[in-house]
Design a protein around this ligand. Sequence first.
Ligand code: 5GW
Ligand code: MN
Length: 274
Amino acid sequence: MRNLSITEWAAPIVWHDSYDQSVLEKYYAHRNITVGLTVFAVGRYLQYYLGRFLLSADKFFMTDQRVIIYIMTDNFSRIPWVSLNRHHTFKVFQIKQEKRWQDVSMMRMKTIGEHIVDHIQHEVDFLFCMDVDQVFRNRYGVETLGESVAQLHSFWYQEYPDLFPYERNASSEADIPRGQGDFYYHAAVFGGTPAQVLRIVRECAKGIMNDKKNNFEAVRHDESHLNKYFFLHKPTNISSPEYCRASPLGRPSCIKSVRLSWNFKNYELLRGKQ
Ligand code: 5GW
Ligand code: MN
């Protein structure tokens, strides 16, 4: 249906041909910015995904900017040794492992907020939060930066809002009634300025906790709450599905340059007993 490059509220949707790279590079060349990237690698996700995520990020993520990757893990001793390019560095933080997998994913919102307040807000100008089960495949640069950044989900970007897997239960804080909604955003990538990301994660964590009090869990967990946040507070920059693809193979013709794609998922191995 629609492959927009601008939203109704005039936010750009970034595709491979929707921006002028040389203009952007000139703009950022003298601004001396630092970009942060949080990534959680807990339990088996550490050994299966973190190494490739880091190596590929070093090759393709904001290569000309200063980058700090914040690795949140439950096992310090298994962090892979990767040597990063001279602009890039990483910091490792210990977090505890949650009992239920739904909580691993949802508690990220709370943890990110605590780290922004403690130190990230003083260290970076922009912050991305990403799933670790992904691999960068092509340059992922300053064109994606903005005050509030959302990622179009690669399954639903051509669907009508009534078909999106939004939470539809009016008793949930994540509820978006039929007939409403703009896009379905993917929680595997979101970002913005640290102050804005703090607002996002605080609102999402609050929604998750209030639902929990009512014994309710939204259909897509933290992603449902993120969609509600971006429904109420529109993102200022949106990444096209080129920036987060299900698979590099079998792609529609509008997808020309895959920047980041999902890594292989073996749920039995990943979520089985350790
Ligand atoms: C484990 C079992 C089920 C769901 C999540 C996890 C899990 C997630 C985990 O054991 N360890 C971990 O580090 N995570 C973090 O949460 C990873 O950064 C992961 O990319 C992110 C979201 O979980 P995903 O990638 O399994 O969620 P989907 O929606 O991509 O399937
Ligand atoms: Mn994932």
